[in-house]
Design a protein around this ligand. Structure first.
Ligand code: ADP
Ligand code: ASP
Ligand code: MG
Length: 388
């Protein structure tokens, strides 16, 4: 009988040192010794992708997108080779593959590509030969054979997509926290771990900045029924959090935080040209706030760097903001209450927006910890039912 397949993905901190790579190897060996085929996806070592981006930007603030992908894809290749060596040394046959070698084909969009197809024949052969297959996350090749990357955090998407194509029994996302919480546990220490979370809520959390899972990975897992679990590399006892169920329950499921956003204010007469620039550069606009003569836009800081080249200093002002979003059914959310409580606490709300399943406030970056904790106190700590 064919052995079941487990896909395990290890993030940057998990492969951040040779010592941690030994811990990663233990999880892989455990799954292998349990009688599974094991496919592993790795991220670059912690800090490595940022270091490479920084090197590129020392040369050009907006580096050539194709060459940036060539550079960034190297980070994951370092991890995959070190992990394969570790497993070999421990007596396990392991083979590392780049995205191209793993036959991961993407669209043409350098720096933010989407996986279009994976020819899994080669991987299946290696798995059937009892090899542990290690694939570099975050990368593929386009139809011209050029290296592409999937956007920051994209290794989750590599893992989930491979799990879908290969019919894995489970896709396990190992990281530096032991599951999905009601808010980033590094910012809100009272955040509660969710043993399960439904896809709609997780998708909204990821969309609004909860970087524990890359948004396309959640969408893919939902569409293709991939059993998806988030768990810790370092804390063995926990089963982590399982993403399951198509129905979002009533109530608030969590608070998502998005940093490094830029608020741009321009004269309303310039809107059409700014929109055209954004469209041409593939820049997503997160929020638009219109007032009498001016309009404000929110884009990612990294996108603002590109946009800035086409905007003159005279035509706009810009400031960094953070977005904090209460995610869930909005029945119990009152704009007036949030505004009153935040102003009582001396927080300046730059703007807020209400959507079907979320309420977002934009604030100054230095107020994130305070505001996240206040909103968590109101909407999560005081809620009766949350752990599902
Ligand atoms: P990796 O390198 O393993 O992919 P990431 O840094 O991308 O790790 O994602 C894990 C981090 O996501 C956690 O360390 C935590 O700070 C952050 N995070 C943000 N929101 C949440 C949340 N709701 N639940 C858990 N972690 C979260
Ligand atoms: N190394 C890439 C990043 O830092 C991809 C990932 O970690 O998932 O964004
Ligand atoms: Mg990540």
């Amino acid at each position: 009988m064919k052995k079941p397949l487990i896909v395990q993905k290890f993030g940057g901190t998990s492969v951040g040192s040779v010592e941690n790579i030994q811990k990663v190897a233990k999880h892989i060996i455990e799954a292998k010794d349990d009688g599974n085929q094991v496919l592993v996806v790795v991220s670059a070592m912690a800090g490595e992708t940022n270091r490479l981006v920084d090197l590129a930007q020392q040369i050009d603030s907006v580096p050539n997108a194709r060459e940036l992908d060539v550079l960034l894809s190297a980070g994951e290749q370092i991890s995959m080779a070190l992990l394969a060596m570790t497993l070999n040394k421990l007596g396990y046959a392991a083979r590392s593959l780049t995205g191209g070698q793993a036959k991961i084909v993407t669209d043409e969009k350098h720096n933010n590509a989407t996986i279009e197809d994976i020819d899994t024949q080669g991987i299946r052969t290696l798995l059937d030969q009892e090899q542990i297959v290690i694939v570099a996350g975050f990368q593929g090749v386009n139809r011209n054979g050029d290296i592409t990357t999937l956007g920051r955090g994209g290794s989750d998407t590599t893992a989930v997509t491979l799990a879908g194509y290969l019919g894995a029994r489970e896709c396990q996302i190992f990281t530096d926290v032991d599951g999905i919480y009601t808010c980033d546990p590094k910012i809100v220490h009272q955040a509660k771990k969710l043993s399960t979370i439904d896809f709609l809520s997780m998708e909204e959390m990821a969309k609004r900045g909860a970087k524990v899972l890359h948004l396309p990975s959640v969408k893919y897992a939902q569409k293709h029924n991939v059993p998806l679990r988030v768990l810790s590399t370092f804390k063995n006892s926990s089963k982590g959090s399982f993403v399951t169920g198509q129905q979002a329950p009533d109530g608030i499921c969590g608070i998502a935080l998005q940093d490094e956003m830029q608020l741009i204010e321009i004269d309303s007469t310039l809107i059409a040209s700014l929109l055209a620039q954004c469209h041409m550069l593939g820049i997503a606009i997160w929020n638009t706030i219109e007032s009498k003569n001016t309009t404000q836009f929110v884009v990612k800081y990294a996108d603002y760097i590109k946009l800035k080249l086409t905007l003159s200093e005279k035509e706009h002002t810009a400031s960094l903001v953070n977005l904090i979003t209460v995610v869930g059914s909005m029945k119990e959310v009152s704009e007036d209450k949030i505004r009153a409580i935040l102003s009582e606490n001396g927080v300046k709300i730059i703007f807020y927006t209400l959507n079907i399943r979320s309420f977002t406030v934009a604030i100054r970056p230095e107020e994130v910890d305070k505001v996240a904790n206040i909103l968590h106190d109101i909407y999560i700590d005081s809620a009766v039912v949350i752990e599902r």
